[in-house]
Design a protein around this ligand. Structure first.
Ligand SMILES: Nc1nc2c(ncn2[C@@H]2O[C@H](COP(=O)(O)OP(=O)(O)OP(=O)(O)O)[C@@H](O)[C@H]2O)c(=O)[nH]1
Ligand SMILES: [Mg+2]
Length: 361
């Protein structure tokens, strides 16, 4: 399962966000390093398309896509040199697929620490870039030597040199203007800033009317990140309180605050998308289910997400886009009308496709 890690300074609201996302019971407390060992949980990826398909099929079971969320301990200035939780902390980040930077913007005298999100961003980026600089410096010489004997390594060395130049200036790789090929060559080095980034600005509950303004400052700073960086503002405190309520009460509370469905679904979807993840569906009376695949995957690979036998014995897929199926009203009727496309093993599955796999083992 894909994992995203919550990274931030102490008291930024990471554990509160973790609890809201996973309905977990991580300790959230107004002192630094409340979290020492990472909390790991599972968050549902809310999807109204799935709900609609389940209703159409009168499914007895509805299974959402999920992602793993890891709440990592707080980072302090000097973490790259072992301050605070130091190496333990950096190791935690190495293991995730995407980084969610939690930037505090709420003011609360009872909770120590700065409340300027740009100050949070500056410290986080400095430490992460320094840690990466150290990794690159420790490996580049050896790779240069190896490249002298093996010409095929030349591109990799060029990529390391580009990384070294950016990191020496304190620029994280996700916003150093490196092309995708260079970023791909750097992937085996497990660098912290070579992952996609979602910045969550934790806006105070009294500042709901100026979320856009607070977020805009962070957005301006991160604009150089292009497609690999997204910024989102929300009040973690309010979302966390709402998450504890029953579905009806939550809807009522969020509605009263003018927050719509709340920001958590949007946040999870943004992280999901940033990871290049897409969803296809299966639907029937027994179950409607959302399955996760990587953008660009072909039908057999998607069949393999359901079961490896289906990939091995793949014959063809019957496919229809979710909204067209919904309009027709049932799978049987769609078949009768000849609206199910028959696709072979080269078909690139599209986000929102509903599939039925034919296979033979
Ligand atoms: N007023 C206010 N308080 C918040 C908000 N978000 C979090 N807090 C409080 O801030 C304190 C720290 O929150 P945590 O979620 O524990 O922060 P953390 O980032 O996990 O902190 P560490 O684990 O120490 O790194 C808790 O007392 C929270 O209740 C917010 O949006 N508004
Ligand atoms: Mg915590």
């Amino acid at each position: 399962m894909e994992r995203f890690g919550l990274v931030g300074l102490p008291n930024a609201g990471k554990s509160s966000l973790f609890n809201a996302l996973t309905k977990g019971g991580a300790l959230a407390a107004p002192y630094a390093f409340a979290t020492k060992d990472p909390n790991v949980g599972v968050a549902r990826v809310p999807d109204h398309r799935l709900e609609a398909l389940a209703e159409m099929s009168r499914s007895r079971n509805v299974v959402h896509a999920t992602v793993q969320v890891v709440d990592i301990g707080g980072l302090v200035e000097g973490a790259s040199k072992g301050e605070g939780l130091g190496n333990r902390f950096l190791g935690g980040i190495r293991e995730v697929d995407a980084v969610v930077l939690v930037l505090r913007a709420f003011v609360d005298d009872d909770v120590p620490g700065p409340s300027d999100p740009l100050e949070h961003l500056r410290i986080l980026e400095t430490e992460l870039a320094l840690a990466d600089l150290e990794s690159v410096e420790s490996q580049i010489e050896r790779r240069r030597k190896a490249a002298k004997a093996d010409r095929s390594l030349a591109d990799e060395v060029t990529a390391l040199e580009a990384a070294l130049a950016a990191l020496s200036e304190g620029r994280p790789l996700y916003r150093a203007g490196l092309d995708p090929a260079t970023r791909a060559l750097l992937r085996p080095y497990f660098l912290l800033t070579n992952k996609p980034v979602l910045a969550v600005v934790n806006v105070g509950e009294d500042d709901l009317d100026r979320v856009d303004e607070v977020v805009a400052r962070v957005q301006a700073e991160l604009a150089s990140g292009g497609e690999d960086v997204a910024v989102l503002g929300l009040s973690i405190q309010l979302e966390a309180e709402a998450a504890q309520l029953s579905d009806d009460d939550r809807a009522e509370m969020l509605d009263a605050l003018g927050l719509g469905e709340g920001a958590l679904p949007r946040m999870v979807r943004a992280a999901y998308h940033l990871l290049g993840l897409r969803t296809f569906f299966t639907t029937g009376e027994k179950e409607s289910r959302a399955w996760t695949f990587r953008a660009g995957a072909r039908a057999p690979e998607c069949a393999g997400v359901i079961h490896s036998d289906m990939q091995r014995g793949f014959i063809r897929a019957e496919v229809i886009h979710w909204d067209e199926l919904l309009e027709i009203g049932s799978w049987t009727k769609a078949r009768e009308l000849g609206k199910l496309r028959v696709e072979g093993k080269d078909y690139e599955v599209v986000d929102g496709d509903v599939l039925e796999i034919r296979f033979n083992v």
